[in-house]
Design a protein around this ligand. Structure first.
Ligand code: NAD
Length: 361
């Protein structure tokens, strides 16, 4: 059993803890928590031992009935590996603590790539993390783009990728973030930081990205154009390629899923914890081939897509399983399979009538 300590129990940390609990080969040794708040009580209710980040706040935990298991220093000493899910920049500050105890660690995408020797995506470069002591699980957007680009890169070659990222303004619990009523180029300079981040996974890839922020907490949406080196026979071939990918949910035309709201509804109907969608959500109808240019749109659930990647990264660092074995185990234990959407009908025969929306906007 791999004993995993989670340092930083927020949006990502609590989801990673719950995912680890489902694995047959790992367990949550404990969680490092800073504030004695509702999330701390939630961790305690789940039965996760709570370790205090700030020892001078220990009394606050005791006052709400949480018996602390120790300090974060204890957590790091007792764990086989740490998942650092602290806010951007704190992971780098924590690295010396992990080094001092000789405890391997995963960092998250908010850290600079220099925080670890490898930037990790389970589909694209699992093997590169096998000899590493520290790895950075790339951000939600970079995870989504890496999963999307890997099959194209392997099958046709990518001459150039251009992506516009329409990003959610904040997560549902980030009450102070915005915009509230605006559409904001963010960053206004081009390319945005996302392209260089994808290059930490695909160093040779030619990619430009543009970022905006919009007033939603639900998901990011990517508008993608990839110029391929070799032309696929037809768009159906590309659709089949994506249907075969385990962490890409291709949305069939018949489904009536028209945006992030219906995707969340689907996830809740499917009984997904917190309505999480671990897969990229790629609209089949948007896949369009013009010469060597492929176009499409995909949605990325920012709170969720990196969760299975963290589970796989633990196995990569611990040298437990091969990439395909780990991905298959993670998918099975979490229930990453909404394939029933595709089992209903002969999909090649079902094509929605194109919308006849007036060109008034
Ligand atoms: P979050 O703010 O929801 O959670 C971070 C938690 O760490 C909070 O509970 C905070 O109190 C705690 N914390 C703060 N300082 C700490 C310290 N010194 N030691 C231990 N805990 C501390 O943040 P998040 O959204 O979960 O993001 C964590 C990381 O994951 C960041 O690098 C972020 O960029 C990355 N990430 C976030 C998302 C997302 O959409 N939320 C998606 C992918 C990756």
């Amino acid at each position: 059993m791999i004993r995993v300590g989670i340092n930083g129990y927020g949006t990502i940390g609590k989801r990673v803890a719950d995912a680890i609990r489902e694995q047959p080969d790992m367990e949550v040794h404990g969680v490092g928590k800073r504030s004695p708040d509702y999330v701390a009580v939630g961790a305690d209710e789940e039965g996760y031992p709570v370790y205090a980040v700030d020892e001078d706040r220990a009394d606050g935990f005791r006052e709400i009935g949480i018996d602390l298991a120790g300090s974060v220093d204890d957590l790091v000493a007792e764990s086989d590996i740490i998942v650092d899910a602290t806010p951007s920049g704190i992971g780098a500050e924590n690295r010396p603590l992990y080094e001092r105890h000789g405890t391997p660690a995963l960092f998250q995408g908010g850290e600079d790539a220099t925080v670890a020797e490898v930037s990790f995506n389970a589909r694209a470069n699992y093997d590169e993390a096998e000899d590493a002591e520290y790895a950075r699980v790339v951000s939600c957007n970079t995870t989504g783009l890496s999963r999307f680009l890997a099959p194209l890169h392997e099958n046709y070659g990518v001459e150039k990728a251009r992506v516009t990222l329409v990003r959610r303004g904040g997560d549902p619990d980030q009450t102070g973030r915005g915009p509230i009523n605006d559409t904001v180029p963010d960053p206004v300079s081009i390319p945005s930081h996302h392209g260089p981040d994808v290059q930490t996974v695909f160093p040779e890839l030619d990619i430009d990205t543009i970022g905006l922020k919009v007033p939603t907490t639900m998901m990011h949406v990517h508008s993608v154009n990839v110029t391929l080196e070799e032309r696929p026979d037809d768009v159906g071939e590309v659709t089949d390629l994506y249907r075969a990918e385990d962490r890409i949910l291709t949305i069939p035309d018949y489904a009536g899923i028209d945006g992030a709201g219906t995707l969340k509804d689907l996830a809740q109907d499917a009984g997904r914890p917190r309505g999480d969608i671990w897969e990229n959500c790629l609209w089949e109808e948007s896949l369009t081939l013009q010469g060597k240019d492929l176009y499409c749109m995909q949605a990325i659930h920012q709170e969720a897509d990196v969760v299975p990647e963290n589970v796989d990264a633990i196995r990569a660092l611990e040298g437990e399983l091969s990439g395909p074995e780990s991905r298959a185990l993670t998918n099975e234990t979490l229930g990453i399979d909404l394939g029933y959407l595709h089992d209903r009908t002969d999909l090649t025969a079902v094509r929605r009538t194109p919308d006849e929306s007036p060109a008034d906007d």
